[in-house]
Design a protein around this ligand. Sequence first.
Ligand code: FES
Length: 763
Amino acid sequence: MQEQSGTAPTGCPLSAQAQKFDAFGDEFRLDPAEALRWAREQEPVFYSPKLGYWIVSRFADVKAVFRDNILFSPSIVLEKITPSPPEAAEILKRYNYALNRTLVNEDEPAHMQRRRLLMDDFLPERLDHHAPMIRNLTRAAMDRFIEKGRAELVADMFWEIPQVVALKFLGVDEEDIEDLKSFSVAHTTNTWGRPEPEEQLAVAEAVGQFWQASGRILDKMKANPDAPGWMQTSIRQHLAHPDIVTESYLHSMMMAILVAAHETTANASANAFRMLLSQPGVWDEIVENPALIPNAVEECLRHSGPIAAWRRQATQDTELGGVAIPEGAKLLIATASANHDERQFENPDLLDLYRDNSAEHLTFGYGSHQCMGKNIGRMEMRIFLDEFTRRLPHIKLKQDQEFEFPANISFRGPKAVRVEWDPALNPEKVNPDAIRPAIDFPIGSPERQSIMRHLKVASADRHAGVLHLTLQDPRGRDLPAWSAGAHIDLTVGDYVRKYSLCGDAANRKSWQVAILREDGGRGGSVHIHDTLDAGSKISVTGPHNHFHLGEADERYVLIAGGIGITPILAMADRLKATGRSYALHFAGRKLGDMPLLDRVQRDHGDCLTIYAGDKSRRMDLAQITGGSSVAQPVYACGPERLLTELEELAKDWPEHSLHIEHFSAAENLLDPEKEHGFEVELTDSGLTLSVRPDQTLHQALIEAGIDIACDCKEGLCGSCEATVMAGGIDHRDRVLSQAERAEGKRMMTCCSRAKDDKISLAL
Ligand code: FES
């Protein structure tokens, strides 16, 4: 550790705040994101003389460090941050303690060679069978305290279950589980904590015993390598590839994985329950709408994750966030701070169950060293929440408790979380039949479609084949703000359909959509027309906006055909409200049937031109766009014929002049008969996957455990975009412009494919 001084190792002067920063101090320990707020705003990468590390605080910089594991080596992840006294080293020697590099801290090429051999047991399809075991453990733990009316969740449950799950995942026999249970915490204190000198010796004893016990158990496992368990898989890989998965590696991995799986999940669960129970209304929201559980887990991992920071070492002189970093510099990459970066997460300090990019958090790391056990951790936390919201919906945090966090630069979670409830109100006593069934959520990051609000239909008016819905929160709560061009997804029966918001954007109490009945369509609009009425309940996701209105121009051309008026009307409202100049062109078959016409005329009559087929007035697109320039962007929504004609015209326009929203996907979606398989290389994760002819690229990514969003699944929304590093692209989306396609740098993974045999993505 370095002495406090006024300059960084590069000779640059240090700010007062950088000199003051203390990674073991109360501020960082209690609230790491808040403690680095100043850094995110003013000095995103700075040198901390108290720690002897460079601190990285912004999302983009932390992700960049994770992404490049050659320039930023993970070799120091398990280095002791508080040096041991010689006596502790003597103790460890006595136990023949020899922890080697493991998956978490080894460099390339060894790391990826091993990771590839050892990761199959972590793939989503291999994890399902652990769910019943986790649920049984959870129920048994709850049975022990449910009648008492109080519990300390860490001691009574969160400490024990992740450890047992980790041991069972590893393949440790029931009889050996007790042997290992007491030791793993010593390893985290030893590595990332600040034990007092006298404590160091006790910690070293425990680490030594842990090392020996895990060695004994490993020897037993080697005698039966065909038994189930990840260690047995590793032993079999050792037998097949002894030069890659070495003997000593097995021992180190067993210890490292146990720690990684146990303490992180225990802390994550304690953090999550603390957060969810302390925010007004949040717990009740999940009780009422348990489909939110996967996203609630993700949002807690983002907002208050179990990993506050991680470590890397620069292998050459470089620059990060505009700051020169010398070769050999040690970096503390503050994931807790990155997860609160407003450049990445809107309103980041709010715990928002409906946030649809929560899963972009960096709590699991990113790239080739991303936590392999992330989906088991998620599964455990989801089951905990599922069981508690079913069986103890009336649980409360015990009032006036202080939350204590151990001194540790990486692992973060309260030592205790005390909760209470009235056992007389337990649903199992009051009305056991009313307890909802348990939910087994799909493995992986939350599906956006599950982040649903339950709203009520306040009014439903039908006119000329269009259903006008006003939606409100049943408890009268405000709805989220939305911007012009945004849409929501309605789930009605088996149908999920997108509709643009077209009401008053300033009214936070209600949303309005207008839905055209399409008798020859895919059935969704007809079903919605036939089933919804005032008082109906409806599930909604969003708002999402993939049709943004740029606001830097002076004059705009807005073009709508038929029901395509809905997003265009919202844009006209916005332009009017902000004093911009615009021309609104609105076409329809019959004047009397044109949707929302009264409102359009009332609010935008001055700028409006109407083209009604029954009045023989046709829209001349070439004339009204007049060879558009960037100074006069065109926004259009309507039937495919209209949009195709505009796209043709726009071929000669300056880039980014035309902005359109399609109602439907391109025709050429996946047809296995006509497709070819291809390989996809993931440069950030160090993996190569095969995409079969009968699957989308996105499906192959999810099967490999890569978290990537997918909203519309049909090339309309842009949520599944990936950056292309090399290889030709067969674009099939409706999101990218001609110019963007020609550039060949971006693709939509839900529908687009490799043109040839291989493509490389920055994932
Ligand atoms: Fe919408 Fe791919 S998920 S474009």
